[in-house]
Design a protein around this ligand. Structure first.
Ligand SMILES: Cc1cc2nc3c(=O)[nH]c(=O)nc-3n(C[C@H](O)[C@H](O)[C@H](O)COP(=O)(O)O)c2cc1C
Length: 206
């Protein structure tokens, strides 16, 4: 009888048509990161190696596979903004991943409006219904288990200001299911959207 488990060590290859790693650790929230270079060039790019890591203070982070414009801007200025991707912004978000020269603004490419943040110099996406203004706390180059440096940078930032469309606050409670969040799946073009039908409740044991 064949082994019912597909086992592999990533360093020796997965032996599948597509690497399942991203599909397993998914769907993931998208870090749609706006930043500004020291010279003032605006930048906007999606990062799905993104998540929240702390409550107080709130800390979010994203991982740049390669030293990309966003990580360089974060290093130069110590700031970035995070912007929520909802269904109506999915196409625009996708356009902002274009590999264009640093002086080209992805805001313009995607027809989006940069709006001034309140505490940081990096702009937010006006069309996005939730944004965080963040100050970088750590930029860490990742290492393998053998201790070798990996050409990937984890950028962590404290959320110092939050902007929420009032319509997403139902009796003061943020309406995740109603907001139309877009999440990244594993295939080259896979995305997920969530709505009230995916919501269920489970209380923690006392
Ligand atoms: C939905 C989505 C998620 C992405 N996630 C990542 C990621 O987590 N890390 C990364 O390095 N690139 C990721 N990319 C690719 C970057 O967005 C792309 O390389 C972009 O050009 C980087 O822009 P920048 O050089 O202006 O920072 C993603 C692209 C898309 C469409």
């Amino acid at each position: 009888m064949p082994d019912a488990t597909h086992f592999y060590e990533p360093r020796h290859g997965h032996r599948l048509p597509h690497d399942p790693f991203n599909a397993i650790v998914g769907p993931r929230p998208i870090g749609w990161i706006s930043s500004r270079s020291a010279a003032g060039a605006l930048n906007l790019a999606p990062y799905s190696f993104f998540n929240a890591f702390n409550y107080t203070p709130p800390i979010v982070g994203f991982s740049s596979v390669g030293y990309k414009d966003t990580v360089r801007n974060c290093e130069e200025t110590g700031e970035f903004a995070w912007n929520l991707v909802t269904q109506t912004l999915a196409e625009a978000m996708n356009q902002t991943c274009a590999g264009v020269p640093a002086q080209v603004s992805e805001f313009e490419l995607a027809g989006l409006t940069p709006v001034a943040s309140r505490l940081i110099a990096a702009p937010r996406v006006q069309e996005s219904r939730v944004s965080f203004e963040c100050r970088c706390t750590q930029i860490v180059q990742l290492r393998s288990a053998d201790g070798d440096k990996v050409p990937t940078w984890l950028v962590l930032g404290e959320v110092v200001a939050v902007h929420i469309d009032q319509l997403l606050l139902k009796d003061g409670v943020y309406d995740t299911a109603g907001a139309g969040h877009v999440l990244r799946g594993g295939g080259a073009a896979d995305y997920f959207s969530i709505g009230p039908e995916q919501l269920f409740h489970m209380t923690r044991p006392a």
